[in-house]
Design a protein around this ligand. Structure first.
Ligand code: ZN
Length: 150
């Protein structure tokens, strides 16, 4: 990765950590799932508003490290307006990127989420970045009220 690109990516992560987007409780949420990453202590509650299989709104509450906060902030922005299938597809692309299974980053498919590609160099941080998405996965499948990455 080029240094200036890396700097840009870090800037986006800092920005989302300082100023998390969609950081509020959603009173009329259709789905609410709590996620916990015991390795780092990241905790979040994800709220979704649904219209059929479409995610019309997303928000979160919680506290965690910069990576987990930036990841869930970016995720709540990107999944609005997506169908459940589109969100699951993004999750699998994001998971491949952060675990290094796919070396190439498809910027068109993954957009801003590419800023978190750097975590693959730090295996201990991968769960910080994927916690939001595992929580989303549980919310979409509507089968659990809380998930843990362990
Ligand atoms: Zn963390």
């Amino acid at each position: 990765m080029f240094d200036d690109l890396r700097d840009l990516y870090q800037e986006v992560i800092f920005d989302h950590n300082r100023n998390p987007r969609n950081f509020h409780v959603m009173q009329d949420a259709d789905r609410k799932v709590e996620g916990f990453n015991p390795l780092c202590g990241d905790r979040l509650t994800l709220f979704l508003k649904m219209d059929g299989d479409k995610i019309t709104d997303a928000s979160f509450q919680g506290s965690g490290c910069a990576i987990s906060t930036a990841s869930v902030s970016l995720m709540t922005e990107i999944i609005k307006g997506k169908t459940e299938a589109e969100a699951e597809d993004l999750f699998s692309k994001f998971h491949e990127m952060t675990t290094g299974k796919s070396k190439e980053i498809n910027l068109e498919a993954i957009g801003k989420l590419a800023v978190l590609a750097g975590v693959r160099e730090y295996p201990a941080r991968v769960k910080c970045a994927t916690l939001a998405w595992h929580t989303l996965d549980a919310a979409i499948k509507n089968e659990q009220d809380s998930i843990s990455t362990e």
